[in-house]
Design a protein around this ligand. Structure first.
Ligand SMILES: [Zn+2]
Length: 230
């Protein structure tokens, strides 16, 4: 995507587990709860010398009462394609946007953390600019939810994962926020598309908030913030 202007990012709230806890939590959310994602993108754009033109504007699109199609678990390439088409059609039918130009749609599915210790993987689709994100219905988890939202949002812009799916350990150097740091480990920040801050060769922790995350240079290339070079 050619990214020159402020990109609207519409956030839609969904009760993922149809629990009362999630329902109450959804009602308490405002656009301000997602501002850290906007701030993170602006600060990182500045750090890469991009003007405010490559920024985002979070818009709260409200609550949606139907569930989006479930992505296939370990699906074949064909199943994934079929799901992504279904997902795009569902998004088109269920989420209105206002105004012209490309806009991102992020569907946040909330789950009661007391009933769901772990959440299924979230997904960001570059085609259609759609994210389907599983998050926790808890104030305590709100900052970490924003890390996941920023990660999936960046997928919609074409950023790729930078961790080993077998171990969840960030790849070196692309999954390191500061690969030139010496000593290299522990890293001080988590690269947003690695999703974790490596502490040792075998240990990594999820950033507690976007204050502890950065966009690495490979991710910056993928979202056209940097020339790819020769
Ligand atoms: Zn990812």
């Amino acid at each position: 995507m050619e990214w020159k202007y402020t990109l609207p990012v519409n956030i839609y709230l969904i009760n993922g587990d149809t629990s009362a806890v999630s329902a109450d939590y959804l009602r308490s959310l405002t656009a301000d709860d997602f501002k850290p994602v906007e701030t993170f993108m602006r600060d990182e754009a500045n750090r890469y010398g991009r003007s405010g033109h490559a920024s985002i504007e979070i818009r709260l699109g409200g609550v949606i009462d139907t569930q989006p199609p479930q992505p296939p678990h370990n699906g074949s390439a064909l199943e994934v394609v079929a799901w992504s088409l279904k997902m795009r059609w569902w998004a088109y039918r269920n989420a209105d946007t206002t105004g012209p130009g490309p806009q991102v749609k992020m569907f946040l599915l909330y789950f009661d953390p007391a009933q769901n210790r772990r959440l299924a993987h979230s997904t960001g689709l570059q085609k259609g600019l759609i994210g389907r994100v599983n998050v926790f219905a808890s104030r305590d988890m709100a900052k970490q939810n924003n890390v996941v939202i920023a990660h999936e949002f960046l997928h919609t812009l074409g950023a790729t994962d930078k961790y080993d799916p077998a171990t969840n350990q960030p790849f070196f150097p692309d999954g390191y926020a500061e690969p030139d740091l010496w000593p290299t480990l522990p890293q001080r920040y988590g690269e947003i598309m690695a999703g974790r801050t490596p502490l040792t060769q075998t240990e990594a922790v999820t950033p507690a908030s976007l204050d502890d995350a950065l966009i690495g240079s490979k991710t910056a290339q993928e979202i056209n913030w940097l020339a790819t070079g020769g």
